[in-house]
Design a protein around this ligand. Structure first.
Ligand code: AHR
Length: 572
């Protein structure tokens, strides 16, 4: 089908077939926004792994968040927090990445297998790192957040994956262990019991059946905590690591430690060096993993922000789209048929620790509605680029950064991010559809960029010019409505973000190439843009269901201010 140009799109929206109306939402107003879904223009299947997760030995993520122990008073399934397992099943998690993050490049997997009583206690990478000049570390009990006890090792992680219904994605240590240890880890996980000493050790740990781990990350942030390599050096190390790993009949999918945000030089350096050895090297790379954290605003408190800061962080998170396009284009220079796909194995906003979590729960806080909208607009971006992005892992699952849950002792609460993941799980395995949005743009004032420590003198002339331009132009804009659509059989799922803090968007929705028979709506919103869920008020922000009526004539839906909406539309 011929793609529809924007001009044509605006022209046709008034004359579309079926009509959808949420009860009590029809007004006599003229729609100020338009959405057009093109059923005949599929982008690609939405890989469930786009809805993936990330678990690192950091703060309260593993110990307390996931692993409470069999003897705990906290309800658990074989030592794993039961509330978490129950919630994981609801979001169909696809894949879980472990054990890091930066931790991965200091982790010796041998420490986390065999009888628990014999496992060594090690330096906790994150606490040790934070300890430099940090009093909080000194105050910590000698518990698992201070010293890594290795209670939660490979078998325990696999158990968590099985209980959650997720595939494992294991990040190998490239910085501080030789390739031999990586091969042995593959052997431990994937060799049939009775075949090698390591597979027998796994079986003795209770897992006779091989784990059949397919996804293997080769290092993490190798430009930084993962070894401070140059892109070319990393490319060499990557090739060496994967050159001859044992397979045991499993199709190993290697994932390269990709760029930090917009660093296209890292992508270019890796791929140019890789293909220098021969274009066939591309066949052994499954994915190239970008990391992008949108950061925070003001002083970093997750609950305190102005309306301008609300928009600023949403707009900054929306950079994900241009990052995907930029890196994809650079990859194309070396890999014109795109054998290697994009992965975003760390993403999210990142505020300061808050919300009554103890000091042990490093970077922990329950996110607000603003973080929920960031999750939604990011997942929509991945859906719209389903032809490029095959996996993404939100950072992180529980108790740190952009988490879906916070937990402490027997307290547990789901954040708005969880609710968005549950709403959006309907897209999994659907065909992503080309969808066009048109709506009045939102204007806001950005905060003036900080002058780096040491002043402007240390900047290059180009950086100084950029900083000055950014300081002079603090006017920001972002789209008025954005989202994604997918179809699975007769079910059409449309998810939409309205970032406007106060304005409803009255929207004409056109479904081209099909007719809608019925529909329903689910919406996450609150009258206060700072709303969040806490241990005291766990239901402060939960999605509400609405009835959608289908009528002939024009098709209109009112997207509430500051909202995430899922419309589930049944096609005739
Ligand atoms: O998610 C926290 C940290 O952020 C990860 O360990 C690292 O990869 C990134 O810099």
């Amino acid at each position: 089908m011929k793609p529809i140009l924007r001009r044509e799109f605006l022209g046709v929206t008034a004359t579309v077939g079926a009509a959808l109306m949420l009860k009590n939402q029809i007004t006599a107003q003229t729609p100020d926004s338009h959405i057009e879904i093109l059923l005949n223009e599929a982008i690609g299947p939405i890989n469930p792994n786009i809805y993936g997760h990330f678990v690192e030995h950091l703060g309260g993520v593993v110990y307390d968040g996931i692993c409470v122990g069999e003897e705990s008073k906290v309800a658990n399934v074989n030592g794993i927090r039961k509330d978490l397992v129950d919630h994981m099943r609801r979001i169909k998690p696809g894949v879980i990445r472990w054990p890091g993050g930066c931790f991965a490049d200091s982790y010796n997997w041998h420490d986390g297998v065999g009888p628990r009583k014999d496992r060594p206690r090690r330096t906790n990478f994150w606490r040790d790192d934070r300890a430099r000049g940090n009093e909080g570390y000194q105050k910590l009990d000698s518990g698992p957040q201070k010293y890594e006890p290795n209670w939660f090792g490979t078998n325990e992680f696999m158990k968590f994956c099985r209980l959650s219904g997720a595939q494992p994605y294991v990040a190998a240590n490239l910085r501080s262990l030789p390739a031999k240890d990586f091969y042995e880890w593959v052997e431990y996980c994937n060799a049939p019991a009775g075949q090698t000493t390591l597979s027998d050790l796994r079986a003795a740990g209770g897992d006779r059946e091989p784990f059949k781990v397919e996804y293997w990350g080769i290092g993490n942030e190798s430009w930084g905590c993962g070894g401070r390599f140059t892109a070319e050096e990393y490319s060499t190390e990557f090739r060496r690591f994967i050159a001859w790993a044992p397979r045991f009949g499993v199709n190993l999918k290697y994932i390269g430690a990709g760029p930090n945000g917009a660093d296209v030089n890292w992508t270019r350096g890796f791929f140019s060096s890789l293909v220098n050895k021969g274009a066939n090297q591309l066949n052994s790379v499954y994915g190239w993993a970008l990391h992008f954290y949108a950061g925070t605003t003001g002083r970093g408190n997750p609950f305190e922000y102005t309306t301008d800061e609300w928009y600023e962080l949403l707009a900054r998170s929306d950079r994900m789209e241009s990052l995907i396009k930029q890196h994809w284009q650079v990859m194309e220079e070396y890999d014109p048929t795109h054998r290697v796909k994009l992965i975003v194995d760390e993403w999210g906003a990142w505020h300061a620790q808050a919300g009554g979590l103890p000091d042990s729960h490093l970077f922990g806080y329950p996110g607000t509605l603003r973080d929920g909208l960031i999750s939604a607009l990011t997942l929509d971006t991945f859906n719209r680029h389903a032809d490029k992005v095959v996996m993404a892992n939100v950072a992180q699952l529980i108790n740190t950064i952009h988490s879906l849950f916070v937990a402490y002792d027997d307290k547990f609460v789901a954040t708005p991010n969880f609710h968005v993941f549950e709403m959006y799980s309907a897209h999994q395995n659907g065909q992503s559809l080309r969808t066009m949005f048109s709506s009045p743009t939102v204007s806001f004032k950005r905060a003036a960029p900080n002058i780096p420590q040491g002043g402007q003198a240390q900047l290059t002339p180009q950086q100084r010019a950029q900083l000055q331009a950014a300081q002079q132009n603090l006017n920001g804009t972002m789209w008025g409505l954005q989202g994604s659509a997918s179809v699975n059989g007769k079910t059409l799922t449309l998810t939409v973000v309205n970032p406007h803090a106060t304005e409803i968007r009255e929207t004409a929705i056109a479904v081209r190439g099909g007719k809608v028979a019925s529909g329903k709506a689910t919406t996450l919103t609150a009258s206060d843009i700072h709303t969040y869920n806490s241990f005291e008020k766990p239901q402060g922000l939960v999605p509400a269901n609405g009835t959608v009526q289908v009528q002939s004539g024009s098709l209109v839906y009112r997207f509430p201010a500051a909202s995430v909406t899922r419309l589930t539309l049944m096609l005739e």
